[in-house]
Design a protein. Structure first.
Lengths: 500, 146
C-alpha cells in the first residue's frame, strides 16, 4: 500500500505542465529515433544531454526515459513497413511484420505491435514499481566489495551477450575501464594519464564519448557508405484494425514476451535485442504452425515487440536501485542523474522520492502517449523516412557538435569527439561493439573503488573478500561464466595443436 | 588488411597505456595505490589485443573477409570540413562557422544545387544558436558577429 501511495505522489509530481511536456517530447523523439535508421537511441540521448542542463532534474530524466522506451515502439514501424529495422531490437520484427505488410496487413501488424508494446511496457512498469524498492532496500547492506562484484558480473554478462567474439567485447570493456582511469582518481586524489592537459583532469565526459561512439559513428556510416533508397507505402487509419482471430492469436505471445523481456531486461547487455530474438524463437517452437513463421505469422510480431518493451522497463531496475547501468542508454540516464546532482542507487528512493516516483509515474503516462502516437499517427512517423539521410545527418552532426561543445564550453571536447568518432567508426567495422566500451567507461570507477576499498577492508586477502556471502557468490558466478565462455575456445586450440 | 590494422592499433594503444600505467605506484594487495587497476587492466588489454593481432596476422581473424566500402575522397573532405570548423568556431563564431561546415557537409553528402544547402545551413545554424543561447542559456562563441 505504501508503494501505491508513493506512486500516486509520483503522478502528482508528473502532472505539471513542464513534466508532461517533457514526457511528450521524450516519447516523440524516442519514436523518431526508433523510426529513423541512422540515429540510435543512445546517440539521441547523448545529443539531448546538454539541452537538459537548464531543466529541472526530474523533468530532464522524464524526457530521457521517454526517449529510451519510445525508441522501442518506433523501431517496429520501419521493420513492418519497409523491412528496415530502426533499432536492433526490432530486427526480428522484420521477419513476419514485413510479410504481413506484403499481404496487405500492415495496419494490423502495426496495431498488434503497438498494443503488445503497451501491454508489455505497462506490465514491465508494474514490475519496476514493486521490485526496484525491494532491491534498493536489500542493497542498503551492500558495501564496496558487493558493488565491485555486481559490476564485474555485469561486465562479464555483457561481454558474453554482445558481439560475435567475446574476446573483442572483453577488450572493448578493458578500453572503457582504461578510459575511466584518465583524470583525477577519486580514491587517492592522484592525477593519472593527464599529460599536463588541464581538460583531461576531469576525465572522459561520458556524454561526449557516447556522442562520438554512437552519434559520429552513425554520421560517418551514412555519409560515407552507399545507402539504399527507402520507399514507404501509405497506412490509413481505417486499416489499423486487427481481426478478432489476429487479436486472439496475439494475446498469449504478448504475455509470454512480457515475461521473457522482463527477465532478460534485468541482465546486462543488449536486452531489447536479445529478448526479441528469445521471444521469437519461443513462439516458433511452441506454435502449432511453425511453418507460418517468416511468412507473416502474427505471433512473430506480437511476442518480440512485447519482449523488447518489457525489457526496457526492467533495465531501469538495476539503474534505479543499485545505480549500476548495464546498457549504454541506462548509462546515459545515469549521466543525466549525475548532471543534476543526484547519484542513483539504494538511497535514491529515500533521499529523492519525488524524482524516483515521478520518473516511474511518467513512464506509465508515456506508455499511454506512445500508444496514441503509434496508432493514429503511425503514418506521420513513417513519412519521416522520406527525409533524405544526406540532409538529416548533417543537421544531426550540428546538434552533436553543439551539444559536445555545450557540455563544458570546450573546444577540446570537439577534438575528442572527432577522434573517438573516427576510432569507433573504423573499429566497429571489424566486430568491435561500442556498447561494452561505453559500459566499461561508466562502471570503471565503481570497479576500481569497490576493489581497492574491498581489498583494504579485507587486508589484501582476496579469499576473505570472496567469503562475504553476497560478493563471494556473485563473483563465483562470474568466474564460472568466464570459464564456460573461454573453456570451449581453449579446448579447441588444444585439440588443434594436438592434431597438428 | 583492415582487421590487421584495427587489431594492431588496439595492441599499440594498450601497450602505450601499460607503459604509462607502469609509471604509477602499484601498491600492494592490502594497500592498493593509483596504479593498481591501470596496471592490471593494461596487462589484460595487452595480452588480449596481442592475441587478436597475432591471430589476424596469421590470417585467422574472424573479420578477415570484411570489406570496408568507404568513399575515401568524401572521408577526407568531411574530416577537413570538421577540422576547419573546430579551428574556426571560437575566432569566427558559432553562426558563421556552423553555416560554413553545414553547407560543406551537405555538399559532401551529395545534396544538389546551391539554394537548398544555403537555406538549410543558414536556417539550421540560426535555429540552434537561438535554442542553445537564448532558450537554454548555453554560452556559444559569438566571434566576429558578437
Amino acid at each position: 500500500m505504501d508503494i501505491l501511495k508513493m506512486l500516486m505522489d509520483g503522478f502528482a509530481v508528473c502532472f505539471t505542465w513542464e513534466n508532461i511536456m517533457a514526457c511528450i517530447a521524450g516519447v516523440i523523439v524516442g519514436t523518431l529515433t526508433g523510426v529513423l535508421p541512422g540515429i540510435g537511441v543512445t546517440g539521441a540521448m547523448a545529443l539531448l544531454l546538454p539541452i537538459s542542463f537548464g531543466m529541472d532534474g526530474t523533468t530532464a530524466l522524464i524526457m530521457f526515459a521517454g526517449i529510451y522506451y519510445g525508441a522501442m515502439y518506433g523501431g517496429s514501424t520501419t521493420s513492418i513497413l519497409v523491412n528496415l529495422p530502426g533499432e536492433a531490437a526490432s530486427v526480428v520484427t522484420c521477419l513476419d511484420g514485413n510479410q504481413m505488410a506484403k499481404k496487405g496487413r500492415a495496419g494490423a501488424a502495426l496495431a498488434i505491435s503497438a498494443i503488445g508494446s503497451f501491454i508489455a511496457g505497462t506490465i514491465g512498469l508494474v514490475g519496476l514499481t514493486f521490485f526496484a524498492p525491494l532491491l534498493s532496500r536489500a542493497a542498503l547492506k551492500f558495501g564496496p566489495p558487493e558493488y565491485f562484484a555486481i559490476a564485474v558480473l555485469g561486465l562479464v554478462l555483457l561481454t558474453n551477450l554482445t558481439g560475435k567474439n567475446p574476446l573483442k567485447s572483453v577488450l572493448m570493456v578493458l578500453i572503457g575501464i582504461m578510459m575511466s582511469t584518465v583524470g583525477m582518481n577519486v580514491v587517492t586524489g592522484l592525477r593519472r594519464f593527464t599529460f599536463g592537459v588541464p581538460e583531461l583532469m576531469r576525465g572522459f565526459e561520458f556524454g561526449v564519448v557516447a556522442m562520438a561512439v554512437f552519434g559520429i559513428n552513425e554520421l560517418f556510416s551514412t555519409l560515407l557508405e552507399p545507402q539504399e533508397e527507402i520507399k514507404v507505402g501509405k497506412v490509413r487509419f481505417r486499416e489499423l484494425y486487427p481481426t478478432k482471430e489476429e487479436l486472439r492469436r496475439s494475446i498469449p505471445p504478448i504475455l509470454r514476451g512480457t515475461l521473457i523481456g522482463f527477465f532478460i531486461g534485468l541482465m546486462p547487455g543488449p536486452a531489447g535485442t536479445l529478448s526479441s530474438f528469445a521471444s521469437y524463437s519461443v513462439e516458433k517452437k511452441i506454435s502449432k504452425h511453425p511453418e507460418e513463421f517468416g511468412h507473416g505469422a502474427v505471433e512473430g510480431v506480437a511476442g518480440p515487440e512485447a519482449a523488447n518493451n518489457a525489457a526496457s522497463s526492467a533495465t531501469m531496475i538495476p539503474l534505479l536501485s543499485l545505480g549500476l547501468p548495464f546498457a549504454p542508454p541506462a548509462a546515459l540516464l545515469l549521466t543525466g542523474f549525475i548532471v543534476h546532482g543526484v547519484t542513483p542507487g539504494p538511497t535514491l528512493i529515500t533521499r529523492h522520492p519525488d524524482m524516483f516516483w515521478g520518473l516511474v509515474a511518467s513512464m506509465y503516462i508515456g506508455n499511454v502517449f506512445l500508444l496514441i502516437l503509434n496508432l493514429p499517427f503511425v503514418g506521420v512517423f513513417a513519412s519521416m523516412l522520406k527525409t533524405p539521410a544526406n540532409i538529416l545527418m548533417p543537421i544531426v552532426m550540428v546538434i552533436t557538435f553543439t551539444g559536445a561543445y555545450a557540455t563544458n564550453n570546450s573546444i577540446f571536447d570537439l577534438v575528442l569527439l572527432l577522434i573517438l568518432g573516427v576510432f569507433a567508426y573504423f573499429i566497429s567495422k571489424f566486430g568491435y561493439s561500442m556498447a561494452p566500451l561505453a559500459v566499461g567507461l561508466v562502471l570503471g570507477s565503481t570497479i576500481e573503488t569497490g576493489l581497492v576499498q574491498g581489498l583494504i577492508i579485507c587486508n589484501g586477502n582476496f579469499l576473505e573478500l570472496m567469503s562475504r556471502p553476497i560478493a563471494g557468490s556473485i563473483l563465483a558466478f562470474a568466474i564460472v561464466l568466464v570459464l564456460i565462455t573461454f573453456a570451449k575456445p581453449i579446448k579447441r586450440i588444444l585439440m588443434h595443436s594436438k592434431e597438428s | 588488411m583492415g582487421e590487421k590494422i584495427a587489431n594492431g592499433f588496439l595492441f599499440a594503444l594498450s601497450t602505450v597505456y601499460l607503459i604509462f600505467a607502469r609509471q604509477l605506484a602499484f601498491g600492494s594487495l592490502s594497500y592498493p595505490k593509483g596504479g593498481f587497476i591501470p596496471q592490471i587492466t593494461g596487462w589484460a588489454a595487452v595480452i588480449i589485443s596481442g592475441y587478436l593481432f597475432v591471430k589476424s596476422l596469421l590470417g585467422k581473424g574472424d573479420s578477415k573477409d570484411v570489406k570496408v566500402q568507404i568513399d575515401w575522397k568524401r572521408f577526407a573532405a568531411l574530416m577537413f570540413s570538421i577540422v576547419v570548423y573546430i579551428v574556426l568556431l571560437k575566432p569566427v563564431g558559432y553562426i558563421v562557422s556552423t553555416v560554413l561546415v553545414l553547407f560543406a557537409v551537405l555538399k559532401i553528402g551529395g545534396v544538389k544545387g546551391w539554394k537548398i544547402p544555403c537555406v538549410i545551413s543558414l536556417c539550421t545554424s540560426v535555429f540552434f544558436y537561438l535554442v542553445f543561447k537564448i532558450a537554454l542559456s548555453v554560452p556559444l562563441p559569438a566571434g566576429i558577429i558578437g
